[in-house]
Design a protein around this ligand. Structure first.
Ligand SMILES: [Zn+2]
Length: 135
């Protein structure tokens, strides 16, 4: 993935376009601590979060959530359309037996805007005693 820093430097970074937090619990930690898709510019040293659509996937809860940049919240209809297309594409790329299972399991795919909204959503489901300690 190619990233452009505010300083104008363009560089390649490894970014997640999807996060399966059931298979990869470390990604859940990254999301909750705000470290998901955070990069450091090799030129100026700036540390910033790269905003791009990514798919949050919790198999245990049967939940798939598209996380879109907060700046696109005003563009809801277009985003919904994009998500519909991506979901259709994703399903086409799956073996039929997997697809059938997913469709039965997941129903509607949710969309939230901004990583904060995703964290809020995750935390709302976690009972207070299970919340990680505040730093
Ligand atoms: Zn920079």
């Amino acid at each position: 993935m190619v990233v452009t820093c505010a300083c104008g430097h363009v560089f390649k970074a490894d970014l997640y376009q999807s996060a399966n937090v059931t298979l990869n619990p470390d990604l859940m930690k990254q999301i909750l601590t705000g470290g998901m898709n955070v990069v450091v510019c090799p030129s100026c040293g700036a540390c910033f979060h790269v905003e791009m659509p990514f798919l949050y996937h919790d198999m245990r809860k049967g939940e798939m959530i598209w996380v879109y940049p907060a700046a696109r919240a005003a563009d809801r209809a277009a985003v919904d359309e994009e998500v519909r297309k991506k979901w259709a594409e994703l399903k086409r790329s799956m073996p039929p037996e997997v697809r059938d299972k997913l469709e039965g399991h997941y129903g509607a795919v949710k969309v939230v805007f901004g990583m904060d909204a995703l964290v809020e959503h995750i935390m709302a489901d976690v009972s207070p005693e299970k919340k990680p300690a505040e730093n």
